[in-house]
Design a protein around this ligand. Sequence first.
Ligand code: MLT
Length: 251
Amino acid sequence: MSAPAARFDVALLPAAAEPLEDTVVVVVDVLRATTTIVSALSNGAAEVIPAPSVDAARELHQQLGAGSIIGGERQGKIVDGFHQGNSPVEYTSEVVEGKQLILATTNGTVAMEQCRAARKVIIGAMVNVDAVADHVYAEEKVCVMCSGTDRIITSEDVCFAGLLLQRVLEKRAAAELTPPFLTDAASIALDHWQSVDRQVQDGNPLADFFRAARGGINLVRIGHDADIVFASTIDSFTSVPVLDLERWTIR
Ligand code: MLT
């Protein structure tokens, strides 16, 4: 039986998002905020609290005290006085188990601020894309919000949006649901992913595409190549972090 027409949109940058009421938003910042969040929660963090700025993160840490740690970056590097940077490989169970992680990043946690009006907000990355697709494929209105890098569109976030859409199309077909209406940006994301994926199938590592993207170039320069490898590993986690819009915490 067919469901009512669904709609799949992609905001190539937070500023390009249409009004988000009634919409399930998947926020993505492959390099690296959302990959880090999936990693930290999968390794036992009690919750992740996205902070809009370094000062807001410090203030929150003072309020929450010893059960919390504070992480994040500026220009990709750990912020002075923070416990951790924004490297998904740093967030091992030894570091995060049972802790509240307050995270302040340049683009990813700021993009989350744009989602306050959404119906639901999910945290997506290459590392959990199939689990996210399972969560959203039957929804009527989905928007992937790409965080971008310094207000510029980035390939790795658009790749995620295209791959998520491809998985959603497959899952809807398997469930005999009609394909969603695709906005122009959604079609662009799907085309981009399919073009990258053809080259990946020909033996070019996905990590190489991310290394060549704006955020990736900076990460290689400052010695975080391992993060790119980690972030380009598709479906290594099955958790689907959800941002609780009232409590402003991700679990
Ligand atoms: C961000 O949110 O701006 C990023 O994740 C940047 C980074 O970690 O390099």
